[in-house]
Design a protein around this ligand. Structure first.
Ligand SMILES: Nc1ncnc2c1ncn2[C@@H]1O[C@H](COP(=O)(O)OP(=O)(O)OP(=O)(O)O)[C@@H](O)[C@H]1O
Ligand SMILES: [Mg+2]
Length: 269
């Protein structure tokens, strides 16, 4: 409550019949007492900015209607940061994540990674960026049901010219990292939900991406498996220095990140 100016609270007290808590809540709603975005980090961030998001806007046209999904988001994601992105359903989280990963183009504003504005890359460069620099993880695991875990990992993502022994070695190594070293010959249906998501994370890491973007990766998991996924993200960040952005509805998960930022109606709170 300390972060809301007391003179403002006094002004609002009448409106809420002297109820201080209600007054503070209302003031926060209208923007008082909110930390300036982005919120203070829980651990020191590296000086190096890896993803620079500037005044990002995205609107979708649906029939004659325009839906404004993002209304001007400015944000720096630092190298090696583990960032949680929260907010109500429809607030623009997935849209922001997709634009950061070059899966879609903004209507206005820019995403800059390594000094390159994603929107200015041609299709070839953009798909190279997506393959080499970014790994994606989604709520649904998208494993091929008719392929064994080893095959699922071998066919995904790695450039075709990667030699088989190198590919096999990398797959085995990543399966170990995600705790599935003994499951490589299993089919997805023989894995639990948590194991499938860990497999999807291993797949996202095949090319050793600098950035891992995850959209509600624990949305389909119980809290114990959800925790294991976040433990894994932490381990990945610590071992490989991967920069991780996770969209989540789960406050306990967001609390584990270095920094949590929240979206509301397409803007940062
Ligand atoms: N492809 C699309 N076409 C039209 N509108 C879209 C499209 N994708 C998203 N939207 C709209 O943009 C807004 C933001 O959607 P977005 O998916 O980014 O929200 P979100 O925060 O990820 O929500 P959730 O928590 O439910 O996944 C919503 O109003 C949504 O309906
Ligand atoms: Mg979403």
């Amino acid at each position: 409550m300390k972060d809301v100016p007391s003179e403002k609270v006094k002004e609002y007290l009448d409106l809420f019949d002297g109820d201080v808590l209600q007054a503070v809540r209302a003031l926060r709603e209208v923007g008082y007492g909110k930390p300036a975005a982005p919120a203070a980090p829980r651990r020191p961030l590296s000086d190096e900015v890896l993803i620079r998001v500037e005044d990002l806007k995205k609107s979708y046209k649906v029939g004659k209607q325009h839906v404004n999904a993002l209304n001007g988001v400015t944000l720096d994601v630092h190298k090696g940061e583990f960032l949680a992105l929260t907010g109500a359903s429809g607030s623009g989280k997935s849209t922001l994540l997709q634009l950061m990963g070059g899966l879609d183009k903004p209507s206005e504003g820019s995403v800059t990674i390594h000094g390159n504005k994603l929107a200015s890359l041609n299709d070839k460069k953009l798909s190279e960026f997506r393959n080499k620099t970014v790994g994606f993880v989604f709520q649904f695991f998208y494993l091929q049901p008719f392929l064994r875990l080893r095959q699922n990992l071998e066919v995904a993502g790695m450039p075709a010219r990667t030699k088989r022994p190198v590919r096999r070695e990398r797959v085995a190594q990543l399966a170990e990292v995600v705790g599935l070293g003994d499951r490589l010959e299993h089919f997805p249906k023989e894995l639990s939900g948590g194991q499938m998501q860990r497999a999807a994370i291993a797949r996202a890491l095949l090319n050793n991406p600098e950035i891992l973007l995850a959209d509600e990766p624990t949305g389909n998991l119980d809290s114990e498996n959800g925790k294991a996924i976040i433990d894994l993200f932490e381990k990945i960040r610590n071992e490989f220095g991967t920069t991780i952005v996770v969209v989540t509805h789960d406050a306990a998960i967001a609390a584990r990140a270095d920094r949590e930022i929240s979206l509301k109606d397409g803007v940062l709170l």
